[in-house]
Design a binder for this molecule. Structure first.
Ligand code: SAH
Ligand code: MG
Length: 212
């Protein structure tokens, strides 16, 4: 063993042609799916948490949803994707897995989508437009049970979270400003215990406190 990447690769579950094909598709068409370190860590956290129902915002081609469903045999996943092409791809890939009957993909903008009011989730995974995280969080956190956990991907944005705004490219500035504000807001949130993992592109973990 000569590198961290090699160790990660060796520790993954057995080879999966479908997983390989999705990773290749993501490389070929520049779809920003989680990297190996990020997805394996998220799967580990979820195996410890054992959620029965998980809501994902931002399915892309269904890679993380499928990885999670295959890692947790009891979980049911609801996932939302607004992009036409990616939604179609997600459905087509998921259809090919045995886990397909535990994943529901909705084709919608998550900021406009309406869940039925009695739906509840043990886990929420936010991985969509990075400038909108606070809006996703505020809209969907009421559906998370007390004790439930909200995971957010790409918190570091390849280091841009820690870069002064004036050094960020102009067209990305609003997004990064929003992300910085979201981090401050989340840390100050009184109903959640919050921590950050320096894995993948940065993962935030916020656990909803039980009501006293
Ligand atoms: N979770 C996926 C990657 C998601 S990439 C994985 O790791 O495999 C982010 C996705 O969020 C993109 O496909 C983008 O189209 C989608 N997205 C961004 N904003 C959205 C919104 N408001 N509603 C629904 N999907 C959104
Ligand atoms: Mg991501």
């Amino acid at each position: 063993m000569t590198s961290w990447e090699q160790l990660l690769e060796r520790a993954r579950p057995q080879a999966s042609p479908l997983r390989d094909e999705m990773e290749q598709y993501a490389r070929d068409f520049h779809v920003p799916i989680m990297d190996v370190e990020g997805i394996e860590t998220l799967k580990t956290l979820l195996r410890l948490q054992k959620p029965k129902r998980l809501l994902e915002i931002g399915s892309a081609i269904g890679y993380s949803a499928l990885q999670i469903a295959e890692a947790l045999p009891d979980v049911h996943i609801t996932t939302i994707e607004r992009d036409d092409e990616r939604y179609e791809r997600a459905c087509a890939f998921i259809e090919r897995s045995d886990a397909n009957d535990r994943i529901t993909v909705h084709h919608a903008d998550a900021l406009e989508f309406e869940l039925s009011s009695d739906e509840r989730f043990d886990a929420l995974f936010i991985d969509a437009a990075k400038g909108q995280y606070q809006r996703f969080f505020e809209k969907y956190e009421p559906y998370v049970q007390p004790g439930g956990i909200i995971y957010c991907d790409n918190m570091f944005m390849h280091g841009e979270l820690f870069t002064p705004l004036e050094d960020i490219k102009r067209r990305r500035r609003t997004m990064i400003r929003n992300l910085k504000q979201f981090v401050d807001w989340l840390i100050a949130h009184e109903s959640y215990d919050v921590s950050f993992l320096n894995v993948g592109d940065g993962i935030a973990i916020a656990q909803k406190k039980d009501k006293k």
